[in-house]
Design a protein around this ligand. Structure first.
Ligand SMILES: *[C@@H]1O[C@H](CO)[C@@H](O)[C@H](O)[C@H]1NC(C)=O
Ligand SMILES: *[C@@H]1O[C@H](CO)[C@@H](O)[C@H](O)[C@H]1NC(C)=O
Ligand SMILES: *[C@@H]1O[C@H](CO)[C@@H](O)[C@H](O)[C@H]1NC(C)=O
Ligand SMILES: *[C@@H]1O[C@H](CO)[C@@H](O)[C@H](O)[C@H]1NC(C)=O
Ligand SMILES: *[C@@H]1O[C@H](CO)[C@@H](O)[C@H](O)[C@H]1NC(C)=O
Ligand SMILES: *[C@@H]1O[C@H](CO)[C@@H](O)[C@H](O)[C@H]1NC(C)=O
Ligand SMILES: *[C@@H]1O[C@H](CO)[C@@H](O)[C@H](O)[C@H]1NC(C)=O
Ligand SMILES: *[C@@H]1O[C@H](CO)[C@@H](O)[C@H](O)[C@H]1NC(C)=O
Length: 576
């Protein structure tokens, strides 16, 4: 790194230490993501965190060669120092530094990377002392400019480990600079979440109660009661809900948002070619309408070849094109205006059934066609592993964004609303929230709505704690606009994650969901207007009933109040 910059950082750190009287400050999480490729790298985040010599000011001190290859220090024309691995023969041939991981801590990683030529995925890898390789983040690096690689790891046991890098093409040199690994305790992580929740899910609301002649009405009683939460935190349903009154009551008393697990899918509505049957999906939609529950449509198509109606597999390309066209027209027209979202081509980053048979633009075309038939729903991509598994290179944020751009730029798709669906099927064990957060940060740069669409955690020790951590992480992220869990009662056959048992008694996982539903809504407030007629309250986004009781006449006035993220911050004046 530049010597002057380093001196400045050092000075600043010293001053801060002096001011703070050597008190240890909690480090504030850095959500920033630089998506442009830069001529010179930025400085290491968090001053490099626990990395030694993060910006190579001290040549290669602290760094050793990993595998074969050769490592060396290099200096740019502008005088910036960085590290280079060349003459590589294995993807992991790079440089490494030994670090000490502490159990239960979360580690936020970042580095700037470049290649001597071409374009490749570069990953950060942690090698544990048991020689396990854990990928912690990926970026598509290129020649000619520096790209920011962000990632994260969690330590489920304390041990020494090594940080190293990976890139499949061994012909190219790997250049890296400004390497940072910042640990956070679980307490610090939770405090970042709580801070964000206050900031992004609530608003300060000011009511002013006046006489009709504009003078303040001191002492007026104001009752504020939430009638609908603003943040969609829902749960899937399946066909069992049609035959169980208990399931219906349990569901309708909790959730205002849902997704049908399988009942709208092509393989459910057209089991035999030409014999469409929407009886079940229609009945489920009727149930949701009766209870004012909003529905995400799932899904028009599924790009996984194993998830087609059986008869589809034997169709020729031309027959498939016709059958798919009919399917899209049928299901989208049938539910036009009724749905808040459609998963249009499910999992089209992992699979390519339609692209393989119909051409590379098949998905983009279906998004466009669906949008033309129904402009109400947000048209979602919907992928697994994006936040839940840091080892899957098929769904790294840049690939997700590239596919979104294809959809948005497809001729005829002008004006389409698209969304980012992240399924969130987590295996058992500690979830990698550090990775999840940096993926959300990166996808958030699109400014498109992000939903967690199918959250589940496999059975295992502390399943309920892991679910709670994941849900809090999602809810705390400013770009996340909804969460649906794929779960339900035992009687409906939900195996991994049951919220209630056969008797509709909460499981520990069900307790977590109920706790959060309750925590994320404002309790009823009773307040009195001050001498200027003002009442100030902090409320979660949502719809509220407001009752104003006149201090003398005791007559009451009612109004509806909607607290929204994007509404202007006006004072609500009420004349009584
Ligand atoms: C590159 O690696 C090969 C095999 O490890 C070695 O024989 C050769 O000397 C190396 N070349 C350089 C320039 O380091
Ligand atoms: C830690 O995670 C690894 C996978 O990353 C797993 O194999 C191991 O069993 C876990 N250990 C503990 C103590 O949970
Ligand atoms: C890994 O580290 C842990 C904790 O430091 C230690 O107990 C264990 O023996 C180490 N394992 C190996 C294979 O070195
Ligand atoms: C406004 O109306 C209230 C109630 O009728 C009365 O007490 C008050 O004096 C009025 N204020 C003015 C400025 O007229
Ligand atoms: C608040 O609203 C809920 C739901 O509409 C209702 O059940 C409850 O009785 C209301 N509470 C008060 C104090 O008005
Ligand atoms: C449609 O599906 C429903 C529910 O499975 C079934 O009862 C009905 O017989 C089916 N209709 C036809 C025409 O197959
Ligand atoms: C795919 O669509 C793009 C426009 O978005 C077009 O330029 C390209 O030719 C299409 N490719 C095929 C194979 O149809
Ligand atoms: C508040 O909204 C509810 C539901 O939309 C409606 O029934 C009611 O009339 C509204 N109340 C007022 C005072 O506008």
């Amino acid at each position: 790194m530049k010597v002057q910059a380093q001196a400045y950082t050092f000075l600043l750190t010293t001053v801060l230490l002096l001011i703070s009287g050597l008190r240890v400050h909690a480090v504030h999480y850095d959500h920033s993501v630089t998506t442009e490729c830069l001529v010179e790298p930025k400085r290491a985040q968090y001053g490099g965190g626990i990395m030694v010599n993060p910006g190579f000011d001290q040549s290669l001190r602290g760094w050793t060669v990993n595998g074969k290859g050769v490592i060396e220090e290099r200096i740019s024309k502008e005088g910036n120092r960085f590290i280079v691995a060349r003459n590589r023969t294995h993807p992991l041939d790079s440089f490494s530094q030994r670090i000490q991981l502490e159990k239960a801590k979360l580690y936020s990683f970042s580095a700037w990377v470049q290649l001597s030529e071409g374009t490749e995925i570069v990953s950060v890898v942690v090698r544990t002392n048991r020689s396990e390789l854990v990928r912690g983040g990926h970026v598509i690096a290129q020649h000619g400019c520096w790209t920011l690689l962000k990632g994260g790891i969690v330590a489920n046991f304390s041990s020494s480990a090594e940080i190293l890098f990976e890139s499949q093409n061994t012909e190219v040199e790997l250049w890296v600079d400004s390497i940072s690994l910042q640990p956070f305790t679980k307490t610090e992580w939770r405090s970042h979440q709580d801070y964000n929740i206050e900031r992004v899910r609530k608003r300060n609301v000011r009511l002013q109660i006046l006489h009709t002649n504009e003078t303040a009405l001191e002492g007026t009683t104001v009752l504020i009661n939430q009638t609908r939460p603003g943040f969609p935190f829902g749960c899937s349903i399946n066909h069992h809900i049609l035959t169980s009154k208990d399931y219906q009551n349990w569901f309708a008393s909790r959730f205002k948002y849902t997704t049908f697990t399988n009942e709208m899918k092509w393989y459910s509505t057209e089991i035999k070619q030409g014999e469409e049957n929407y009886t079940i999906a229609d009945a489920m939609l009727e149930f949701t309408k009766q209870h004012n529950i909003r529905v995400r449509g799932h899904n028009i198509f599924w790009d996984n070849p194993t998830q087609q109606p059986i008869w589809v597999k034997s169709l020729s390309s031309e027959e498939l094109r016709k059958a798919a066209e009919k399917r899209l027209n049928s299901v989208v027209s049938r539910y036009k205006g009724e749905l808040i979202a459609w998963d249009v081509v499910n999992e089209d980053l992992h699979f390519s059934f339609f692209e393989d048979k119909l051409g590379q633009n098949a998905s983009a075309e279906y998004y466009s066609k669906a949008y033309k038939l129904d402009q109400k729903p947000i048209m979602f991509m919907n992928e697994f592993n994006a936040i839940e598994y840091s080892g899957d290179q098929a769904v790294i944020p840049e690939k997700y964004k590239k596919k979104l751009e294809e959809i948005l730029s497809y001729p005829g798709s002008e004006g389409i609303s698209v969304g980012i669906g992240l399924q969130g099927h987590f295996v058992s064990g500690q979830p990698n929230l550090a990775y999840m957060r940096c993926v959300l940060d990166s996808l958030a740069t699109t400014n498109l709505p992000i939903w967690l669409t199918e959250v589940s955690v496999d059975k295992g020790p502390n399943q309920e704690d892991h679910l709670e951590d994941i849900l809090r992480e999602a809810y705390a992220h400013p770009a996340v606009e909804g969460i649906i869990t794929f779960s339900g009662p035992a009687i409906a056959g939900f195996k991994d994650m049951q919220l209630v048992d056969e008797n509709f008694h909460n499981t520990p996982v069900g307790d977590v969901v109920d706790k959060l539903l309750n925590e994320w809504k404002s309790e009823s407030v009773q307040a009195k207007a001050d001498s200027t007629g003002f009442v100030d309250v902090s409320l979660f986004h949502g719809d509220y009933d407001v009752t104003i009781i006149h201090p003398l006449t005791k007559s009451s006035t009612k109004l509806n109040l909607s607290v929204k993220k994007h509404a202007p911050q006006d004072i609500v004046q009420v004349h009584v």
